[in-house]
Design a protein around this ligand. Structure first.
Ligand code: NAD
Length: 441
Protein backbone atom coordinates (compact mmCIF):
# COMPACT_ATOMS: atom_id res chain seq x y z
CA UNK A 1 0.00 0.00 0.00
CA UNK A 2 1.40 3.41 -0.92
CA UNK A 3 0.48 6.73 0.68
CA UNK A 4 -2.12 7.52 -2.04
CA UNK A 5 -3.89 4.19 -1.43
CA UNK A 6 -3.81 4.81 2.31
CA UNK A 7 -5.20 8.32 1.75
CA UNK A 8 -8.19 6.98 -0.17
CA UNK A 9 -8.73 4.22 2.42
CA UNK A 10 -9.01 7.00 5.02
CA UNK A 11 -11.35 9.04 2.84
CA UNK A 12 -13.70 6.06 2.51
CA UNK A 13 -13.37 5.25 6.24
CA UNK A 14 -12.08 1.80 5.31
CA UNK A 15 -8.75 2.33 7.06
CA UNK A 16 -8.41 0.28 10.24
CA UNK A 17 -7.11 2.40 13.11
CA UNK A 18 -5.33 1.50 16.32
CA UNK A 19 -4.49 3.61 19.36
CA UNK A 20 -1.67 2.48 21.67
CA UNK A 21 -2.07 3.75 25.26
CA UNK A 22 -5.63 4.39 26.44
CA UNK A 23 -5.04 7.04 29.11
CA UNK A 24 -6.30 10.61 29.44
CA UNK A 25 -5.34 11.30 25.82
CA UNK A 26 -5.56 7.98 23.95
CA UNK A 27 -8.96 6.97 25.33
CA UNK A 28 -10.95 9.95 24.02
CA UNK A 29 -8.99 9.86 20.74
CA UNK A 30 -9.92 6.18 20.24
CA UNK A 31 -13.54 6.92 21.18
CA UNK A 32 -13.87 9.85 18.80
CA UNK A 33 -12.44 8.01 15.79
CA UNK A 34 -14.73 5.06 16.57
CA UNK A 35 -17.68 7.45 16.74
CA UNK A 36 -16.58 8.90 13.39
CA UNK A 37 -17.15 5.44 11.88
CA UNK A 38 -13.69 3.85 11.89
CA UNK A 39 -12.93 0.42 13.28
CA UNK A 40 -10.59 1.18 16.16
CA UNK A 41 -8.43 -1.22 18.13
CA UNK A 42 -7.13 0.09 21.47
CA UNK A 43 -3.90 -1.40 22.81
CA UNK A 44 -3.45 -0.92 26.56
CA UNK A 45 -1.15 -2.77 28.96
CA UNK A 46 -3.35 -2.23 32.04
CA UNK A 47 -5.80 -5.19 31.95
CA UNK A 48 -8.36 -3.53 34.24
CA UNK A 49 -8.61 -0.64 31.75
CA UNK A 50 -9.09 -3.03 28.84
CA UNK A 51 -11.89 -4.75 30.72
CA UNK A 52 -13.66 -1.49 31.59
CA UNK A 53 -13.38 -0.09 28.07
CA UNK A 54 -14.75 -3.28 26.51
CA UNK A 55 -17.64 -3.12 28.99
CA UNK A 56 -18.43 0.39 27.70
CA UNK A 57 -17.20 2.18 30.82
CA UNK A 58 -14.78 5.09 31.08
CA UNK A 59 -11.93 4.43 33.53
CA UNK A 60 -11.44 8.21 34.05
CA UNK A 61 -13.12 9.35 37.27
CA UNK A 62 -12.96 13.16 37.06
CA UNK A 63 -15.63 15.43 35.60
CA UNK A 64 -15.23 14.69 31.89
CA UNK A 65 -18.27 15.88 29.94
CA UNK A 66 -19.51 13.37 27.36
CA UNK A 67 -16.76 10.77 27.82
CA UNK A 68 -18.74 8.13 29.74
CA UNK A 69 -21.58 8.39 27.18
CA UNK A 70 -19.13 8.15 24.27
CA UNK A 71 -17.52 5.03 25.74
CA UNK A 72 -20.93 3.41 26.19
CA UNK A 73 -21.95 4.22 22.59
CA UNK A 74 -18.78 2.95 20.86
CA UNK A 75 -18.78 -0.25 22.90
CA UNK A 76 -22.37 -0.86 21.81
CA UNK A 77 -21.64 -0.31 18.10
CA UNK A 78 -18.56 -2.53 18.40
CA UNK A 79 -16.42 0.14 16.70
CA UNK A 80 -13.93 0.25 19.59
CA UNK A 81 -12.34 -2.87 20.96
CA UNK A 82 -9.49 -2.90 23.48
CA UNK A 83 -6.79 -5.52 24.05
CA UNK A 84 -3.28 -5.93 25.44
CA UNK A 85 -2.23 -8.16 22.57
CA UNK A 86 -0.03 -6.45 19.96
CA UNK A 87 -0.50 -9.42 17.59
CA UNK A 88 -3.99 -8.05 16.87
CA UNK A 89 -2.31 -5.05 15.19
CA UNK A 90 -1.17 -6.92 12.08
CA UNK A 91 -4.01 -5.69 9.85
CA UNK A 92 -3.99 -2.05 10.90
CA UNK A 93 -3.43 0.87 8.54
CA UNK A 94 -2.95 3.75 10.97
CA UNK A 95 -1.47 3.41 14.45
CA UNK A 96 -1.62 6.34 16.86
CA UNK A 97 0.72 6.25 19.88
CA UNK A 98 -0.45 7.95 23.09
CA UNK A 99 1.72 6.51 25.86
CA UNK A 100 3.14 8.54 28.75
CA UNK A 101 6.44 10.42 28.30
CA UNK A 102 7.58 11.62 31.75
CA UNK A 103 10.97 13.00 32.77
CA UNK A 104 13.11 11.68 35.66
CA UNK A 105 14.50 13.60 38.67
CA UNK A 106 17.36 14.86 36.51
CA UNK A 107 14.85 16.11 33.91
CA UNK A 108 15.81 13.51 31.31
CA UNK A 109 12.92 12.01 29.26
CA UNK A 110 11.82 8.54 30.36
CA UNK A 111 10.86 6.91 27.09
CA UNK A 112 10.40 3.37 28.45
CA UNK A 113 6.71 3.32 27.47
CA UNK A 114 7.38 4.87 24.06
CA UNK A 115 10.24 2.48 23.32
CA UNK A 116 8.21 -0.51 24.52
CA UNK A 117 5.26 0.48 22.35
CA UNK A 118 7.45 0.96 19.24
CA UNK A 119 9.40 -2.23 19.89
CA UNK A 120 6.19 -4.26 20.17
CA UNK A 121 4.62 -2.52 17.18
CA UNK A 122 7.51 -2.70 14.67
CA UNK A 123 7.46 -6.49 14.03
CA UNK A 124 3.69 -6.51 13.40
CA UNK A 125 3.56 -3.29 11.36
CA UNK A 126 1.96 -4.07 8.01
CA UNK A 127 3.65 -2.68 4.86
CA UNK A 128 2.41 0.82 4.03
CA UNK A 129 0.96 1.52 7.48
CA UNK A 130 1.11 5.02 8.96
CA UNK A 131 2.42 5.50 12.51
CA UNK A 132 1.55 8.75 14.29
CA UNK A 133 3.11 9.80 17.60
CA UNK A 134 0.60 11.87 19.55
CA UNK A 135 2.58 11.77 22.82
CA UNK A 136 4.60 14.87 23.73
CA UNK A 137 8.28 14.31 22.96
CA UNK A 138 11.52 16.28 23.10
CA UNK A 139 12.58 17.98 19.85
CA UNK A 140 14.65 15.48 17.88
CA UNK A 141 12.91 12.38 19.25
CA UNK A 142 11.16 11.50 15.98
CA UNK A 143 14.47 11.47 14.13
CA UNK A 144 16.68 9.99 16.85
CA UNK A 145 14.43 7.56 18.74
CA UNK A 146 11.18 6.79 16.91
CA UNK A 147 12.50 6.41 13.36
CA UNK A 148 15.44 4.07 14.17
CA UNK A 149 13.28 1.83 16.38
CA UNK A 150 10.62 1.44 13.69
CA UNK A 151 13.06 0.97 10.80
CA UNK A 152 15.15 -1.57 12.68
CA UNK A 153 12.19 -3.46 14.14
CA UNK A 154 10.19 -3.62 10.91
CA UNK A 155 13.11 -4.06 8.51
CA UNK A 156 11.57 -1.37 6.29
CA UNK A 157 12.41 2.22 5.40
CA UNK A 158 10.27 5.25 6.13
CA UNK A 159 8.34 6.68 3.14
CA UNK A 160 8.84 3.35 1.35
CA UNK A 161 7.80 0.52 3.66
CA UNK A 162 5.82 2.62 6.16
CA UNK A 163 4.88 6.25 6.86
CA UNK A 164 5.58 8.28 9.96
CA UNK A 165 4.21 11.45 11.50
CA UNK A 166 3.65 13.26 14.79
CA UNK A 167 0.59 15.20 15.83
CA UNK A 168 0.89 16.25 19.48
CA UNK A 169 -2.32 16.47 21.49
CA UNK A 170 -3.36 19.74 23.11
CA UNK A 171 -6.10 18.43 25.41
CA UNK A 172 -6.58 19.19 29.08
CA UNK A 173 -8.33 16.88 31.58
CA UNK A 174 -11.84 18.15 32.24
CA UNK A 175 -12.22 19.27 28.62
CA UNK A 176 -10.89 16.25 26.74
CA UNK A 177 -13.62 15.89 24.11
CA UNK A 178 -14.25 19.57 23.48
CA UNK A 179 -10.49 20.24 23.26
CA UNK A 180 -10.05 17.39 20.80
CA UNK A 181 -12.80 18.74 18.60
CA UNK A 182 -12.09 22.45 18.74
CA UNK A 183 -8.34 23.00 19.18
CA UNK A 184 -6.16 23.35 16.10
CA UNK A 185 -3.38 20.81 15.55
CA UNK A 186 0.11 20.81 14.12
CA UNK A 187 0.43 17.85 11.77
CA UNK A 188 4.05 16.81 11.38
CA UNK A 189 4.63 14.49 8.44
CA UNK A 190 7.75 12.63 7.34
CA UNK A 191 6.84 13.96 3.85
CA UNK A 192 4.34 16.45 2.46
CA UNK A 193 2.12 13.58 1.30
CA UNK A 194 2.19 12.00 4.76
CA UNK A 195 1.15 15.29 6.38
CA UNK A 196 -1.71 15.62 3.83
CA UNK A 197 -2.88 12.07 4.59
CA UNK A 198 -2.74 12.79 8.32
CA UNK A 199 -4.83 15.93 7.79
CA UNK A 200 -7.42 13.84 5.93
CA UNK A 201 -7.61 11.56 8.97
CA UNK A 202 -7.79 14.29 11.63
CA UNK A 203 -10.47 16.14 9.65
CA UNK A 204 -12.93 13.48 10.90
CA UNK A 205 -12.59 14.62 14.52
CA UNK A 206 -10.98 18.10 14.55
CA UNK A 207 -13.16 21.06 13.65
CA UNK A 208 -10.31 23.57 13.66
CA UNK A 209 -7.14 24.36 11.70
CA UNK A 210 -4.88 21.45 10.83
CA UNK A 211 -1.47 22.94 10.14
CA UNK A 212 0.80 20.68 8.08
CA UNK A 213 4.44 20.81 9.15
CA UNK A 214 7.51 18.61 9.57
CA UNK A 215 8.46 16.51 12.62
CA UNK A 216 10.76 19.03 14.29
CA UNK A 217 8.24 21.87 13.96
CA UNK A 218 5.50 19.78 15.54
CA UNK A 219 7.84 18.72 18.38
CA UNK A 220 8.95 22.30 18.96
CA UNK A 221 5.48 23.85 18.89
CA UNK A 222 4.12 21.41 21.48
CA UNK A 223 6.97 21.76 23.95
CA UNK A 224 7.25 25.53 23.42
CA UNK A 225 3.54 26.13 24.06
CA UNK A 226 3.72 24.37 27.41
CA UNK A 227 7.06 25.95 28.36
CA UNK A 228 5.49 29.32 27.54
CA UNK A 229 2.66 28.61 29.96
CA UNK A 230 5.04 27.47 32.69
CA UNK A 231 7.12 30.64 32.33
CA UNK A 232 3.99 32.82 32.46
CA UNK A 233 2.73 31.06 35.59
CA UNK A 234 6.17 31.41 37.18
CA UNK A 235 6.09 35.15 36.50
CA UNK A 236 2.68 35.40 38.19
CA UNK A 237 3.99 33.37 41.15
CA UNK A 238 7.02 35.62 41.53
CA UNK A 239 4.77 38.68 41.48
CA UNK A 240 2.61 36.97 44.14
CA UNK A 241 5.65 36.68 46.42
CA UNK A 242 6.54 40.34 45.76
CA UNK A 243 2.99 41.43 46.61
CA UNK A 244 3.00 39.49 49.89
CA UNK A 245 6.20 41.28 50.96
CA UNK A 246 5.16 44.76 49.84
CA UNK A 247 1.66 44.83 51.32
CA UNK A 248 -0.08 44.23 47.99
CA UNK A 249 -2.70 41.85 46.66
CA UNK A 250 -1.63 39.98 43.54
CA UNK A 251 -5.20 39.31 42.46
CA UNK A 252 -6.01 43.03 42.36
CA UNK A 253 -2.62 43.81 40.82
CA UNK A 254 -3.17 41.22 38.09
CA UNK A 255 -6.63 42.53 37.30
CA UNK A 256 -5.32 46.06 36.85
CA UNK A 257 -2.14 45.04 35.00
CA UNK A 258 -4.30 43.20 32.48
CA UNK A 259 -6.17 46.43 31.74
CA UNK A 260 -2.97 47.70 30.15
CA UNK A 261 -2.84 46.80 26.45
CA UNK A 262 -1.02 43.56 25.45
CA UNK A 263 -0.65 42.34 29.06
CA UNK A 264 -2.07 38.95 29.93
CA UNK A 265 -0.68 38.08 33.31
CA UNK A 266 -1.47 34.47 34.25
CA UNK A 267 -2.89 33.22 37.57
CA UNK A 268 -0.53 32.58 40.47
CA UNK A 269 -1.18 29.66 42.83
CA UNK A 270 0.00 26.84 45.06
CA UNK A 271 1.98 25.12 42.29
CA UNK A 272 1.81 23.53 38.87
CA UNK A 273 1.04 19.84 38.30
CA UNK A 274 -0.16 17.24 35.82
CA UNK A 275 1.53 15.29 33.07
CA UNK A 276 2.29 18.30 30.84
CA UNK A 277 3.31 21.70 32.23
CA UNK A 278 5.86 20.48 34.82
CA UNK A 279 7.70 18.23 32.35
CA UNK A 280 7.27 19.59 28.83
CA UNK A 281 9.66 22.55 29.47
CA UNK A 282 12.28 19.92 30.39
CA UNK A 283 11.54 18.04 27.15
CA UNK A 284 12.17 21.27 25.24
CA UNK A 285 15.38 21.86 27.19
CA UNK A 286 16.50 18.27 26.54
CA UNK A 287 16.22 18.92 22.81
CA UNK A 288 19.19 21.31 22.99
CA UNK A 289 21.19 19.40 25.57
CA UNK A 290 24.89 19.54 24.72
CA UNK A 291 24.35 22.43 22.31
CA UNK A 292 25.55 26.01 22.79
CA UNK A 293 22.24 27.41 23.98
CA UNK A 294 22.40 28.93 27.44
CA UNK A 295 19.08 28.03 29.08
CA UNK A 296 18.16 30.48 31.82
CA UNK A 297 14.45 31.31 31.74
CA UNK A 298 13.06 27.79 31.36
CA UNK A 299 14.89 26.21 34.35
CA UNK A 300 14.23 29.30 36.51
CA UNK A 301 10.51 29.14 35.78
CA UNK A 302 10.49 25.48 36.77
CA UNK A 303 12.27 26.33 40.04
CA UNK A 304 9.78 29.11 40.87
CA UNK A 305 6.76 26.91 40.21
CA UNK A 306 8.23 23.90 42.00
CA UNK A 307 8.87 26.17 45.02
CA UNK A 308 5.24 27.15 45.50
CA UNK A 309 4.17 24.21 47.73
CA UNK A 310 7.06 25.12 50.06
CA UNK A 311 5.76 28.69 50.07
CA UNK A 312 2.34 27.40 51.13
CA UNK A 313 4.09 25.59 54.00
CA UNK A 314 5.56 28.99 54.99
CA UNK A 315 2.08 30.52 55.02
CA UNK A 316 0.81 27.67 57.21
CA UNK A 317 3.77 28.14 59.53
CA UNK A 318 3.12 31.90 59.77
CA UNK A 319 -0.57 31.37 60.53
CA UNK A 320 0.10 28.71 63.17
CA UNK A 321 2.79 30.81 64.85
CA UNK A 322 0.31 33.67 65.16
CA UNK A 323 -2.12 31.23 66.78
CA UNK A 324 0.58 30.09 69.22
CA UNK A 325 1.19 26.73 67.53
CA UNK A 326 3.77 25.20 65.24
CA UNK A 327 3.56 22.74 62.36
CA UNK A 328 5.04 19.97 64.51
CA UNK A 329 2.19 18.48 66.49
CA UNK A 330 -0.56 20.22 64.52
CA UNK A 331 -3.20 18.43 62.51
CA UNK A 332 -3.53 19.91 59.04
CA UNK A 333 -6.34 19.34 56.59
CA UNK A 334 -5.37 19.50 52.91
CA UNK A 335 -8.27 20.27 50.58
CA UNK A 336 -7.57 18.83 47.12
CA UNK A 337 -5.02 16.27 45.99
CA UNK A 338 -5.61 16.30 42.22
CA UNK A 339 -3.52 18.91 40.44
CA UNK A 340 -6.51 20.32 38.55
CA UNK A 341 -10.03 21.32 39.55
CA UNK A 342 -12.70 18.63 39.22
CA UNK A 343 -10.17 16.09 37.96
CA UNK A 344 -8.93 12.81 39.43
CA UNK A 345 -5.44 13.36 37.96
CA UNK A 346 -2.87 13.43 40.76
CA UNK A 347 0.30 13.26 38.64
CA UNK A 348 2.98 15.71 39.80
CA UNK A 349 0.42 17.23 42.15
CA UNK A 350 1.68 20.15 44.28
CA UNK A 351 -0.41 18.69 47.13
CA UNK A 352 1.85 15.64 47.23
CA UNK A 353 4.88 17.87 47.87
CA UNK A 354 2.95 19.90 50.45
CA UNK A 355 1.84 16.78 52.32
CA UNK A 356 5.39 15.36 52.35
CA UNK A 357 6.84 18.65 53.63
CA UNK A 358 4.24 19.00 56.39
CA UNK A 359 4.73 15.40 57.50
CA UNK A 360 8.51 15.81 57.56
CA UNK A 361 8.00 18.83 59.81
CA UNK A 362 6.02 16.70 62.28
CA UNK A 363 2.42 17.49 61.33
CA UNK A 364 -0.42 15.02 61.22
CA UNK A 365 -1.89 15.50 57.72
CA UNK A 366 -5.38 14.57 56.59
CA UNK A 367 -6.35 14.91 52.94
CA UNK A 368 -9.74 15.39 51.34
CA UNK A 369 -10.46 15.21 47.62
CA UNK A 370 -13.92 14.52 46.19
CA UNK A 371 -12.45 13.14 42.94
CA UNK A 372 -9.65 10.94 44.25
CA UNK A 373 -11.05 7.66 45.60
CA UNK A 374 -8.38 7.35 48.29
CA UNK A 375 -9.34 10.69 49.86
CA UNK A 376 -13.05 10.89 49.15
CA UNK A 377 -14.41 10.44 52.65
CA UNK A 378 -16.35 12.84 54.89
CA UNK A 379 -14.84 16.33 54.74
CA UNK A 380 -16.31 17.55 58.04
CA UNK A 381 -15.08 14.56 59.95
CA UNK A 382 -11.58 15.26 58.60
CA UNK A 383 -11.87 18.93 59.57
CA UNK A 384 -12.63 18.00 63.19
CA UNK A 385 -9.72 18.91 65.47
CA UNK A 386 -7.61 20.22 62.60
CA UNK A 387 -5.48 23.28 63.19
CA UNK A 388 -5.56 24.60 59.65
CA UNK A 389 -7.30 23.90 56.36
CA UNK A 390 -5.13 24.36 53.28
CA UNK A 391 -6.99 24.73 50.00
CA UNK A 392 -4.79 23.38 47.21
CA UNK A 393 -7.22 22.57 44.35
CA UNK A 394 -10.04 24.76 43.08
CA UNK A 395 -12.61 21.92 43.00
CA UNK A 396 -16.19 23.23 42.67
CA UNK A 397 -17.19 21.84 46.08
CA UNK A 398 -14.60 24.05 47.76
CA UNK A 399 -15.99 27.16 46.06
CA UNK A 400 -19.26 26.69 47.93
CA UNK A 401 -17.77 25.47 51.19
CA UNK A 402 -19.86 26.38 54.25
CA UNK A 403 -17.28 28.56 55.99
CA UNK A 404 -19.22 28.76 59.26
CA UNK A 405 -19.33 24.95 59.47
CA UNK A 406 -15.61 24.80 58.65
CA UNK A 407 -14.85 27.29 61.43
CA UNK A 408 -16.95 25.21 63.81
CA UNK A 409 -15.16 21.99 62.91
CA UNK A 410 -11.58 23.26 63.08
CA UNK A 411 -9.68 23.26 66.37
CA UNK A 412 -7.71 26.31 65.25
CA UNK A 413 -9.69 28.38 62.72
CA UNK A 414 -7.05 28.91 60.01
CA UNK A 415 -7.74 28.78 56.29
CA UNK A 416 -4.81 29.01 53.87
CA UNK A 417 -6.11 29.52 50.33
CA UNK A 418 -3.62 28.43 47.69
CA UNK A 419 -5.98 29.12 44.78
CA UNK A 420 -7.86 32.31 45.73
CA UNK A 421 -11.09 30.36 45.82
CA UNK A 422 -12.60 31.72 49.03
CA UNK A 423 -13.70 35.34 49.44
CA UNK A 424 -11.57 36.95 52.14
CA UNK A 425 -14.43 39.02 53.60
CA UNK A 426 -16.68 35.97 53.88
CA UNK A 427 -13.90 33.92 55.46
CA UNK A 428 -13.20 36.60 58.07
CA UNK A 429 -16.93 37.08 58.71
CA UNK A 430 -17.15 33.35 59.46
CA UNK A 431 -14.39 33.76 62.04
CA UNK A 432 -11.56 32.20 60.04
CA UNK A 433 -8.04 33.56 60.10
CA UNK A 434 -7.58 33.78 56.32
CA UNK A 435 -4.31 33.62 54.38
CA UNK A 436 -4.02 33.61 50.61
CA UNK A 437 -1.13 33.19 48.22
CA UNK A 438 -0.12 36.60 46.88
CA UNK A 439 -1.93 38.58 49.59
CA UNK A 440 -0.03 40.36 52.28
CA UNK A 441 -1.21 39.12 55.68
N1 NAD B 1 -2.76 14.44 30.21
C1 NAD B 1 -2.81 15.52 29.46
O1 NAD B 1 -3.48 16.49 29.79
C2 NAD B 1 -2.06 15.60 28.14
C3 NAD B 1 -2.36 16.63 27.25
C4 NAD B 1 -1.68 16.70 26.05
C5 NAD B 1 -0.68 15.79 25.77
N2 NAD B 1 -0.38 14.81 26.66
C6 NAD B 1 0.67 13.86 26.31
O2 NAD B 1 0.04 12.67 25.86
C7 NAD B 1 0.80 11.51 26.27
C8 NAD B 1 -0.09 10.59 27.10
O3 NAD B 1 -0.49 11.26 28.27
P1 NAD B 1 -1.68 10.72 29.16
O4 NAD B 1 -2.00 11.80 30.13
O5 NAD B 1 -2.76 10.16 28.33
O6 NAD B 1 -0.92 9.52 29.91
P2 NAD B 1 -1.62 8.30 30.67
O7 NAD B 1 -0.62 7.77 31.62
O8 NAD B 1 -2.97 8.73 31.19
O9 NAD B 1 -1.88 7.26 29.50
C9 NAD B 1 -0.88 6.48 28.92
C10 NAD B 1 -1.44 5.06 28.79
O10 NAD B 1 -0.52 4.28 28.03
C11 NAD B 1 -0.48 2.98 28.60
N3 NAD B 1 0.76 2.34 28.17
C12 NAD B 1 2.02 2.57 28.63
N4 NAD B 1 2.90 1.81 27.97
C13 NAD B 1 2.20 1.09 27.06
C14 NAD B 1 2.56 0.15 26.08
N5 NAD B 1 3.83 -0.20 25.89
N6 NAD B 1 1.58 -0.40 25.33
C15 NAD B 1 0.30 -0.05 25.50
N7 NAD B 1 -0.12 0.84 26.43
C16 NAD B 1 0.84 1.42 27.19
C17 NAD B 1 -0.56 3.24 30.08
O11 NAD B 1 -0.95 2.09 30.80
C18 NAD B 1 -1.59 4.36 30.14
O12 NAD B 1 -2.90 3.88 30.28
C19 NAD B 1 2.00 12.06 27.03
O13 NAD B 1 3.06 12.20 26.15
C20 NAD B 1 1.54 13.44 27.48
O14 NAD B 1 2.61 14.33 27.66
C21 NAD B 1 -1.06 14.68 27.84
Amino acid sequence: MNIKELHSKIETRKAKLAVIGLGYVGLPVAGMFAEAGFDVLGIEIRPERVEKINAGKSPIEGEEPGLAELMARVAKTGKLHATSDYAELRQHDVILIDVETPVDETHVPRYEALRAALTSLAPVLQPGALVIIESTIAPGTMQNVVLPLLEKGSGRKVNEGFYLGNCPERVMPGKLLVNLRTLSRVVGGGSTETAETMCALYRYVVQADLDPADWITAELVKTVENAYRDVQIAFANEVALICEELGGNVWKVRELVNKSPYRQMHLPGAGVGGHCIPKDPWLLAYGVQGKAVPLRIIPSARAVNDGMPAHIVDLVQRALTKAGRSIAGSRILVLGYAYLENSDDTRNSPSEVLVDNLKQMGAEVVVHDPWVAEFNTDLWQKAQNSDAAVLMTAHSVYKTLDLAVLKQALRTPILVDGRHVVDETNARAAGLDYYCVGVSA
